[in-house]
Design a protein around this ligand. Structure first.
Ligand code: IMP
Length: 427
């Protein structure tokens, strides 16, 4: 019995949904620990496709508990909309649990996300405008409202009054917007509170008890290491901690209860939104990867920027997260390319470096140094064992293993659950 953290090793969208879905088969609990409805994954049930942004994909397994931890910020409107859509597909959500101390995304957070982003002009970050960043800002400004506050109407009203006093000042004074009305938000959110009651509890205790009774727990990170508020390409980052350390704080468990940490990495690299991306391809190979890999954002529909696999990024992710293995996704997308490249270092101001630089200016000046490997023609969607892969695809995977010094736990060769090559037991 063990606990596994699944973390994005790049800039998000690594295919964590598919890997979570695969590993969840062996889990008793699936826990999401950070982010909000800025994330997104597509689920397919009986030929019906649904996009989820907040509720973890573990919800598909009726016999597993699916937990939204305290580190997540929750937009109640999105939460109940997703739940209703799941209900229509016959998924009741009875197995869903939500932390009583998770913070709420409020209407002013969504407005501010859009206004702040517009005000940044050329320095825009490319946020998803879902209010996620401003909700975390309020959390740290100790102005945030938590789900549990909805069950104490007087306390909630007073917290809202204070928050609105501040935010209406900003909304009207800086952005020339209309002030928001307390009564409208109050009624709506107190009604949400009633609906939340059956899902909300102390999830830290729930997880602790599961760990103590030898259950398998899967912690699912959203976004990725390079979007981490501390360790990502600041300021082009999200406002939470996708790194494995975030699982401990965002789920409320001690780090000593984490057994394994799996980094999920695409066989190439993508990034959505602004910010440095050393191996970005702005040529026809980038376009080819985008089309073949359907690289368009689940949340905003934006085309993702595409590029070669960056070994420097992966080594950085291995170090920051303490990865115990890597799961490679979308290897099938690279089929038919005559040559595939892996970045093994950067050239910075005439010097060769192998460590990911923190300084934004330096990172922007980095030029990737590539190793070229021969590609493979074959469609590999039907491969189920490593030996089923063409020798050049096997060689590509081996190189990732050598460069990162990590075991590869699984390889995904298509979106379906069975299009997976398991290499190591994760649990
Ligand atoms: P925010 O999280 O909406 O504040 O956006 C901050 C940055 O993180 C932007 O560059 C977004 O495009 C990026 N981002 C947020 N969520 C995701 C995700 O789930 N996948 C990839 N990028 C994301």
């Amino acid at each position: 019995m063990s606990t596994v953290v699944l973390v994005g090793a790049q800039w998000g969208d690594e295919g964590k949904g598919k890997v979570t879905d695969y590993l969840a088969q062996q889990a008793d609990l699936v826990v999401r620990y950070q982010g909000g409805n800025n994330a997104g994954h597509t689920i397919i049930v009986d030929q019906t496709t649904l996009q989820l942004h907040l509720i973890p994909s573990g919800i598909l397994y009726k016999d597993k508990l699916c937990v939204i931890g305290n580190g997540v910020v929750i937009d109640p409107e999105v939460f109940f909309e997703e739940l209703e859509n799941l209900n229509k597909m016959g998924i009741t959500g009875e197995n869903l649990r939500v932390s009583d101390i998770a913070h709420l995304i409020m209407p002013y957070h969504k407005l501010l996300d859009a206004f702040e982003e517009d005000k940044r002009g050329e320095m825009k970050l490319g946020t998803t405008k879902r209010g996620v960043g401003p909700a975390y800002v309020d959390k740290y400004a100790r102005r945030g409202i938590r789900i549990g506050d909805l069950f104490e109407p007087d306390l909630f009203r007073e917290k809202l009054r204070r928050a609105l006093e501040y935010h209406n000042f900003i909304l009207t004074g800086i952005y020339g917007a209309k002030p928001l009305k307390q009564s409208e938000i109050e009624d709506k959110y107190l009604a949400y509170g009633e609906r939340f009651k059956k899902y909300v509890q102390d999830t830290s205790l729930l997880i602790y008890e599961a760990v103590k009774s030898d259950k398998n727990v899967l912690f699912e990170g959203a976004q990725g290491t390079l979007l981490d508020i501390d360790h990502g390409t600041y300021p082009y980052v999200t406002c939470s901690q996708p790194v494995s350390g975030g699982a401990a704080t965002g789920a409320g468990i001690g780090p000593n209860y984490i057994d394994k940490i799996v980094g999920v990495a695409k066989a190439y690299t993508t990034r959505v939104g602004e910010g440095p991306f050393p191996t970005e391809l702005t040529d026809e190979i980038g376009d080819y990867i985008r089309e073949k890999g359907h690289e368009f954002g689940t949340t905003t529909g934006r085309p993702r920027r595409c590029g070669w696999l960056d070994g420097v990024v992966l080594k950085y992710a291995a170090r920051i997260n303490g990865l115990t293995s890597i799961a490679i996704t979308k290897l099938d997308v690279l089929s038919s390319l005559p040559v595939v490249k892996i970045c093994t270092g950067y050239k910075l101001d005439g010097k060769y470096i192998e460590n990911f630089p923190h300084n934004l200016g330096e990172l922007l000046r980095c030029e990737p140094v590539y190793e070229e490997l021969p590609g493979w023609e074959e469609d590999i969607g039907g491969a189920r064992k490593i030996e089923d892969l063409p020798p050049n695809a096997q060689r590509y995977v081996r190189r990732i293993q050598e460069i990162t010094g990590l075991k590869i736990s699984l390889i995904a060769v298509g979106p379906a659950r069975e299009q997976t090559i398991p290499l190591e037991d994760v649990f």
